[in-house]
Design a protein around this ligand. Structure first.
Ligand SMILES: C[S@@+](CC[C@H](N)C(=O)[O-])C[C@H]1O[C@@H](n2cnc3c(N)ncnc32)[C@H](O)[C@@H]1O
Length: 241
């Protein structure tokens, strides 16, 4: 959780993501474990159906979510600022002619105005209080009626959120939610289960997500190979023409 400790107050710049930057292979395990029942996907498709539409995934990391969008979207663009991850993302989508991966960041998208129907950002802590430039940029790129959907962890929920708050005592989840409410976003909370193939892999993921002390607490408080994790989806429809 060092990403939040090290952030500066400007949310329109790249925020270090040690979990995926340093350990992309373990983050891949984490991504495979997440949302085992597809609860996030089903909420997202209810909010912003993307069949035949143009989708942008901002902060796409290694591009894990791009193929899922590509199954039915007209086009998909992954945007990621961290150069070493771009190669991972591009390799992942080689088979798709309608998917591209571009270098860029939320507040400066390398995209034409009014070119997308859904702008998605997952575990996107670069979207939070102070990210107004990123929201404005998303609304520039979205067509009238398009949706900005920001998917992030819900630190109010037990147990995963309890560990997040233990690691980040200054983090105030309700202030984050209030920020989005004031910007006009609607909120959906989504309960998910992360399911790992082995306990050893679950423990490795805890080790990249938390400080050693909190990871040890999380290991003690977890039995088996699953974690219950709640997300929040903040979404906003573009009313600009
Ligand atoms: C926790 S990772 C999530 C990656 C991907 N969305 C996923 O779910 O697998 C957060 C990503 O956001 C990227 N990032 C950090 N600051 C950003 C910014 N200002 N704009 C866009 N992406 C950013 C990081 O480089 C990292 O790849």
């Amino acid at each position: 959780m060092s990403w939040l400790r090290s952030k500066d107050s400007r949310r329109d710049s790249v925020i270090a993501s040690p979990n995926i930057w340093k350990w992309p292979d373990i983050y891949e395990v984490e991504n495979h474990a997440q949302d085992a029942g597809d609860a996030i996907w089903s909420e997202l498709s209810a909010i912003a159906p993307w069949i035949g539409r143009d989708v942008v995934d901002v902060g796409c990391g290694t591009g894990f979510h791009l193929p899922r969008f590509a199954e039915t979207a007209r086009s998909v663009i992954g945007v990621e600022p961290h150069s070493p991850l771009l190669g991972h993302a591009r390799n992942r989508v080689l088979e798709f002619d309608h998917v591209n991966v571009l270098q860029g960041e939320a507040a400066r998208l390398p995209l034409e105005s009014r070119s997308a129907d859904l702008l998605h950002a997952r575990t996107a802590y670069f979207f939070g209080p102070g990210c107004e430039p990123g929201i404005r940029e998303a609304l520039r790129v979205l067509r009238h009626g398009g949706i900005l959907a920001i998917v992030d962890l819900d630190a109010t929920a037990f147990p995963y959120g309890t560990w997040m708050r233990d690691d980040l005592p200054k983090y105030q989840p309700l202030l984050v939610e209030d920020f989005f409410r004031r910007q006009g976003f609607s909120l959906r909370r989504v309960d998910t289960r992360w399911v790992f193939p082995t306990r050893a892999l679950l423990d490795e993921v805890l080790a990249i997500e938390f400080s050693p002390r909190v990871a040890a607490r999380a290991r003690r408080e977890t039995t088996g190979v699953t974690l219950d994790v709640r997300y929040r989806i903040h979404w906003l429809r573009n009313t600009l023409s």
